[in-house]
Design a protein around this ligand. Structure first.
Ligand code: ZN
Length: 225
């Protein structure tokens, strides 16, 4: 991470009147950071687990600092610029056709939602002009169980990490678009998709705001990675 982003991350809580990307005094994102954020093109990533994911940003620099500030420092004013970026990935992830597809966020832990008082992915979707459809619930015991497992064990354990809410029955015909904030190994999205599909709900596409650079195949990654 570039130094300014580290600074911005550290100062975000104390200095809300600074750019979340580089900590310069002023608006929520300065002109340079805003330009950097909007310059990114949606990319197709193939994480180790699950299917391909359309991601709006590499999880680094301004995007990473802004998403962390939104999630951890209450900077909800960053939801709009991030949502504009996410919208590009959502468009890319949608199957062709005019029929509206319900957009289902992957839920965070209940504890995280309580601590924040808002749900970051849902907030991003609303700022993108979409109504999120809540279909998934994180099982309470899944998080505690995962902490004691290694990475492969965690991926396997996540097969039952989510429960599908009864409203999902209506989505069996339409299918859904699944959305998360960050994709790393893909295990979280894969677990959410598995829960939906085992309830008979087709997952027509997967999108994320950010993807970790090391998961992006070389062919689609700029040289600096
Ligand atoms: Zn800046």
């Amino acid at each position: 991470m570039p130094l300014p982003a580290v600074l911005a991350e550290a100062l975000g809580v104390l200095l809300p009147d600074r750019c979340a990307g580089c900590a310069v005094e002023g608006p929520v994102l300065c002109r340079d950071c805003s330009r950097a954020l909007h310059a990114a093109e949606p990319m197709l990533v193939r994480p180790r687990h699950g299917g391909a994911v359309h991601a709006a940003q590499p999880y680094e620099g301004v995007a990473r600092a802004a998403l962390l500030a939104l999630k951890e420092s209450g900077r909800t004013d960053l939801a709009r610029p991030l949502a504009i970026s996410l919208a590009g990935a959502l468009r890319a992830a949608l199957p062709p056709g005019d029929a509206p597809v319900p957009v289902v966020p992957v839920p965070a832990s209940a504890a995280g939602d309580r601590r924040r008082g808002y749900r970051p992915v849902e907030l991003l979707l609303r700022r993108a002009g979409l109504q999120p459809t809540r279909l998934l619930r994180a099982r309470a015991d899944a998080g505690a169980q995962q902490k004691s497992l290694d990475r492969a064990g965690r991926a396997a354990a996540r097969d039952d990490a989510y429960a599908v809410l009864p409203a999902g029955r209506r989505m069996r015909r339409t299918g859904v678009l699944l959305v998360d904030d960050v994709v790393t190994t893909g295990a979280t999205l894969a677990a959410a998709a598995a829960a939906l599909e085992s309830a008979g709900i087709p997952v027509l596409g997967r999108a994320a705001l950010c993807a970790t650079p090391e998961r992006i195949p070389r062919t689609s990654a700029p040289e600096r990675w």
